[in-house]
Design a protein. Structure first.
Length: 609
């Protein structure tokens, strides 16, 4: 006897749902082992994590990384096990690029960030600029890519930075290859351009770099010196002989871009020069009176002389332009890794997240999802450099090793105002004699009084390209599974019950219906992609080095799956993964023992949330 139509339909739905579940990625929180190549942004004390590669735990049974197709965030005021608690409940689907090696340009004023650059796992789409609206929990597509004043292409593993004070995003250098551009069929090349994105006018421009030499895998930060601010770039690789030969960039050469003059300069640095490195991360902070600026860098991969990479911290202090080795104090094997991110929080702490390791196959402290906090001013109970994240520390104190160079006190008053070997360009001396004005930007759209992430109703995807389904951005594949499961449940229970209970509406804290996204404002219906319910994760290649034949420079060892462990040292130094302790200050009001500070130098701190 042939099965009835409803039975066939039920079996088909069941098969489809089980097939989708079998292809679903591992839980990015519970099954976390490592992440690397991701991009991050901070808005409203939430650290967003997009894209990159993930290893599932245990790595012995999951030796192949998968691309992270979701969007996660850390709540910087919600602490678990000594680090910000991570959440994976935001919207993103296959319409939005899932890439590694890009950047997020955050606009703190308008509460959005923009995804630029990066490499696809395979088959890249044409360049488009996507933005995420933090208030509405929406991804939308801007026309900034097609409205650019000169051709803009997607590049990867360049150096990106946001300047919220003036509402601009910058990206210097990076690779063009067949994972960034769909029509690329030649060898990989490194670019020499500076991409600038105006967040208020929504305009992208392609600008000249320091010279015509291709550059990639370095770090760039912003400091509020000069009339409109300065960009500081160093490290990575250069291609002085064309794109066939990569040459390590020495870290005693610092490139400087003056935003106001749109001009490039260079300055030689002295001191304890870091070893040449690539795919490291860094962040900038400064004394409270801006008499000195510090750039903290961490980790990275090495070159032939040190292929395993680094587990160290160096600090470049300016305008003295002198390097200081800050960590470790004693030599040791460490846990070298690169392809990680650094985010400076409230000028006082730097969250170092992720990275791919070269001398171990252990996971990166799964219970805190690979987060490690560098206390830039050592303002904690132990005067420690690596310490648990403290949400109530919001001021930076210049640490003693830096004060030995700059002079002054932890709050400022630096006395060394020039490099020991003199200025290479007197215009740079002039720039460091000025302070960039504080931001006077105001939002270009209505901002609700409460900007907590609202509850977004989940509906099954439609084949109709109506603006209501499209402008909402991307709802995840979870909605499809929920829809299928609901139909299965309905067929099983329809003979037992004539009525189905209606779900209780979830109240919202505020009315978001009148809030317009500054992203969709510049988008058109034809530019959006309807969710594809049949989308499946492509099969991954055995390791990263085989993603593309053009990646001999970008993804050769040590960027592929790490070799078996050759050492027995712990994955991380104890200070990197702190045990949970109570917030500082404790109830008795005591302060940490900071021997290098006078009583007048104690910082102001917020009360615990």
């Amino acid at each position: 006897m042939a099965p009835s139509y409803p039975t066939c339909f039920l079996l088909l739905l069941s098969f489809w749902a089980l097939r989708a579940l079998a292809q679903a990625p591992a839980d990015p929180l519970k099954d976390f082992c490592r992440r690397y190549g991701h991009q991050t942004a901070i808005i409203d004390r939430k650290l967003y994590i997009d894209g990159g590669w993930l290893y599932a735990n245990p790595i012995s049974r999951n030796p192949t990384p998968v691309i992270n197709r979701g969007l996660l965030y850390n709540d910087l005021d919600e602490i678990s096990d000594g680090m910000p608690k991570q959440h994976a409940n935001l919207t993103k689907n296959s319409s939005v690029p899932a890439v590694a090696g890009g950047t997020l340009w955050e606009d703190e004023v308008n509460k959005v960030f923009w995804l630029y650059g990066g490499e696809f796992q395979s088959a890249p789409s044409p360049f488009e600029l996507w933005g995420y609206d933090v208030i509405l929990n929406q991804w939308n597509l801007s026309d900034a890519g097609t409205a650019a004043t000169s051709p803009i292409q997607r590049v990867s593993y360049g150096a990106g930075v946001s300047v919220n004070d003036i509402g601009r995003g910058y990206y210097y250098g990076g690779y063009l290859n067949n994972l960034t551009n769909p029509l690329w069929n030649g060898p990989q090349i490194a670019t020499s351009n500076l991409i600038i994105f105006d967040m208020e006018d929504h305009k992208l421009t392609n600008n000249t770099g320091y010279d015509n030499m291709g550059r990639a895998e370095g770090t760039m930060v912003y400091i509020p010196a000069s009339g409109a601010g300065l960009l500081v770039y160093f490290g990575g690789v250069t291609f002085p002989y064309g794109n066939e030969t990569a040459v390590a960039a020495p870290l005693d050469t610092i490139l400087i871009y003056d935003i106001g003059d749109a001009s490039w300069h260079s300055q030689a640095a002295t001191g304890e020069i870091p070893e040449q490195r690539r795919k490291f991360c860094g962040g900038a902070t400064w004394a409270q009176d801006r008499s000195s600026y510090q750039v903290y860098i961490y980790g990275g991969f090495g070159f032939a002389e040190n292929a395993t990479g680094f587990d160290d911290v160096y600090v470049l202090t300016m305008p003295a332009f002198e390097w200081v080795k800050w960590y470790p104090e004693k030599p040791g094997p460490g846990a070298p890794h690169g392809l990680l991110t650094c985010n400076v929080i409230e000028n006082s702490q730097m969250m170092v997240m992720g990275g791919n390791f070269t001398n171990t196959t252990e996971c990166d402290v799964p219970k805190i999802q690979g987060q490690h906090n560098l206390n830039l001013g050592q303002y904690n109970r132990d005067n420690a450099k690596w310490f648990q994240y403290l949400p109530n520390v919001t001021e930076y104190l210049v640490p003693p090793e830096i004060l030995q160079i700059t002079g002054g006190s932890p709050r400022g008053g630096a006395t060394k105002k020039s490099p020991s070997n003199g200025w290479d360009d007197n215009r740079v001396a002039t720039y460091f004699g000025q302070l960039a004005p504080n931001s006077s930007r105001t939002p270009t759209r209505a901002i609700p009084t409460q900007t907590a992430i609202p509850v977004v109703p989940v509906t099954p995807p439609s084949k109709k390209r109506n603006i209501g389904a499209i402008v909402g951005g991307a709802v995840g594949g979870v909605a499809v599974l929920a829809f299928a499961a609901g139909l299965i449940f309905f067929f099983l229970r329809r003979r037992r019950s004539n009525q189905q209970p209606q779900p209780t509406p979830v109240p919202t804290a505020t009315d978001y219906s009148s809030v317009q996204s500054p992203i969709s404002k510049y988008a058109t219906e034809s530019k959006f992609t309807v969710v594809d319910p049949n989308y499946t994760t492509p099969v991954l290649s055995p390791n990263l080095s085989s993603h593309s034949p053009v990646h001999s420079n970008a993804h050769s060892q040590p960027y592929s799956t790490p070799p078996p462990v050759q050492t027995t040292q712990p994955m991380y130094h104890p200070a990197h993964a702190p045990e949970p302790i109570e917030y500082y200050p404790p109830p008795d009001g005591s302060r940490p023992n900071l021997a290098h500070l006078g009583s007048s130098e104690m910082p102001t701190i917020r009360s615990p949330p």
